[in-house]
Design a protein around this ligand. Structure first.
Ligand SMILES: [Zn+2]
Length: 251
């Protein structure tokens, strides 16, 4: 159930029996020669949609630009400063908390967001504690962390999964948007892997943008399996999050 497609009365009714909401968060950044720039936001948004259906949960609009400074050496990448994302998350959670939402499940599509999102949670909790506001809970989980997804990509791609522009995320976008599949030769087939420093260093070490992956292996059929495993794994994690012991009256 997407928040955008409800009326305010429907949201009021939802809040009478539920206080949880799913917030997809991704990134708008290069994903190599055959991966879409929207990959991380598309995966987060679409998997959140499936998760919301399975868990009967509301899904907020996607935070589609994240922390992608290290990809700025490639055209089309957009990024926020970490402090901007921290404020954006804090203000969005506060707006929803004002209506009675208490449990915020951030369904993540980009590893580069993790440190900043955790910092945003720490800022939010500290500010609410100082102000004496009621308890809220925030959880961040990346869709590829589900056991079912991990098992699948190991079977499908093994070492060719990689760390950026991964075979599995490209497969999910190929399943969802087959009209946007790019068939571009990759050389080398499996991209190099190492650490990196800044955007210039990233471009130097990974000239086509991929890290360790061979997304030429990705098929829409794989993407469908990965999408379904992710949606069901995230729905299970969402339900477990809501079921954790809770004392909403504590300040
Ligand atoms: Zn990605």
């Amino acid at each position: 159930m997407q928040l955008w497609f409800q009326t305010w009365q429907e949201v009021e009714t939802y809040l009478q029996h539920a206080q949880g909401i799913i917030i997809p968060i991704g990134s708008t950044e290069q994903h190599g020669p055959n991966g879409l720039i929207g990959t991380d936001a598309i995966c987060a948004e679409q998997i959140a949609r499936g998760t919301g259906e399975l868990a009967n949960a509301l899904v907020a609009p996607t935070i589609s630009v994240g922390i992608a400074g290290h990809h700025m050496g490639f055209a089309g990448t957009m990024t926020l400063a970490p402090t901007t994302l921290i404020r954006l998350i804090g203000e969005q959670v506060e707006a929803l908390a004002a209506h009675g939402f208490r449990s915020f499940f951030f369904l993540n599509g980009h590893g580069g967001n993790i440190a900043t999102v955790q910092a945003a949670f720490a800022e939010l909790h500290a500010a609410r504690w100082r102000a004496g506001l009621p308890e809220v809970r925030c959880k961040l989980l990346s869709w590829w962390e589900c056991d079912g997804v991990q098992k699948l990509w190991r079977e499908l791609y093994g070492d060719a999964e990689g760390l950026h522009a991964t075979a599995s995320e490209v497969a999910v976008t190929r399943y969802l948007f087959p009209e946007h599949i790019k068939n571009v030769p990759l050389d080398p087939a499996i991209a190099p892997t190492s650490h990196f420093y800044d955007a210039r260093d990233y471009r130097r070490r990974f000239p086509d943008g991929r890290i360790g992956s061979n997304p030429a292996l990705s098929t829409p059929q794989d993407g469908e399996k990965l999408y379904k495993a992710a949606a069901s794994g995230m729905a299970e994690a969402y339900r477990a999050f809501l079921a954790e012991p809770w004392d909403g009256a504590a300040v």
